[in-house]
Ligand binder design. Structure first.
Ligand code: AQP
Length: 332
């Protein structure tokens, strides 16, 4: 059976983009593949995290996985730092990847911004750790949102260079799985920016912990233009905010954007936004309330992570042992 790996950073404020671009697809994939879902705490550390907050965010992302419907018995759920193979393989990949490759990564440029000289070395080397996350399980499919496409191309380059350098056919080709109508959910305040946990404006995203009132208010206030919705998707081309809201509606209702416009084309946002708010509440409220229930018992969450880490190590450690032998590291 093909193996899936994907991760979510415990950086707080899990949002509709994380849900539609990633977590919801994790649930659908678990019956078709062997699935490994990781709370990538080492990635989160690449920008400053308060230690207590990092721990509580790690449990919160785990709770969101469970509340969204990932079954911890059929899928492996764990936090990255508990499986040392990730960091060990990342070091080997630091020595395989080329500086020029990392210099091209747009996420580093966006996150480091003008403070490049002050960014952590970890933020720069982030894509090498991501390659290690995936390849330490020899996973071949990675469900992600559009924003991770470039990092996955780098993962493929690293795997290929490793195979060439050492004259082996060891690592498989990794394929991104970018699924659904909302693979890049945009900010509610600016249709040109992706919805993100680290956006300073809380109004830019709908989070798993928002109340029903907050969800309604954020959608009501979402930036739009004064025109009615178009009759077909070609009319969304130069209207990023409208396209975003229609895409969210489509993804939440299991329709295509064209189907949504069959119902709402010609109607104004005064009609559309309340319908979208109702739909978002209907889909997210059960997840939020299940998350709250799970978070009241951190012992259970930690037990899920401990069990997942043990099962993850059982896959990763033998693969890492083969890798260290290939590269000539002695294990006496
Ligand atoms: N706006 C988005 N639309 C669709 N998918 C998205 N993802 C993130 N934002 C969107 C997908 O969610 C998964 C987990 O992402 P992550 O937490 O590992 O990091 P990220 O991509 O950097 O997400 P954020 O929200 O922007 O976090 P911060 O602000 O902390 O960097 C990934 O599969 C991602 O594609």
């Amino acid at each position: 059976m093909d193996r899936i790996f994907s991760g979510v950073q415990p950086t707080g404020n899990l949002h509709l983009g994380n849900y539609l671009g990633a977590i919801r697809n994790f649930v659908d994939l678990q019956n078709k593949y062997e699935c490994i879902y990781c709370v990538v705490d080492l990635h989160a550390m690449t920008v400053w995290q308060e230690p207590k907050k990092l721990a509580s965010n790690t449990r919160e992302v785990t709770a969101s996985f469970l509340a969204a419907g990932i079954n911890p018995e059929s899928s492996i759920i764990f936090n990255q730092s508990q499986v040392l193979a990730h960091a060990q393989l990342a070091w080997i990949f630091n020595c395989v990847a080329r500086l020029g490759w990392l210099n091209r990564m747009t996420q580093f440029k966006e996150k480091a911004g003008k403070q490049r000289e002050n960014a952590s070395v970890g933020l720069y080397a982030y894509p090498n750790l991501m390659a290690a996350d995936i390849l330490t399980y020899k996973a071949n499919h990675v469900p992600v949102g559009e924003d991770q496409k470039q990092h996955l191309e780098l993962t493929r380059d690293i795997a290929q260079k490793f195979n060439n350098d050492f004259g082996v056919e060891f690592f498989p080709e990794v394929e991104p799985l970018i699924i659904g109508e909302a693979t890049r959910v945009m900010s509610l305040r600016d249709g040109s920016k992706k919805m993100s946990k680290s956006d300073l404006s809380d109004q830019s995203r709908i989070t798993f912990t928002d109340t029903e009132d907050e969800i309604s208010r954020k959608i009501r206030r979402a930036k739009t233009d004064p025109e009615a919705l178009p009759m077909d998707i070609s009319g969304l081309k130069s209207r990023p905010e409208a396209a975003n809201l229609v895409g969210i509606f489509a993804a939440l209702s299991g329709q295509t954007s064209s189907e949504v416009l069959k119902d709402f084309g010609g109607r104004g946002f005064g009609d559309f936004k309340p319908a979208l708010a109702d739909l978002a509440i209907e889909k997210l409220a059960p997840i939020s309330s299940e998350m709250r229930r799970l978070l009241a018992d951190p012992g259970h969450i930690d037990a899920v992570l401990a069990d997942g880490a043990e099962r993850a190590r059982a896959i990763a450690d033998p693969i890492l042992a083969e890798i260290t032998e290939i590269v000539g590291l002695v294990s006496a």
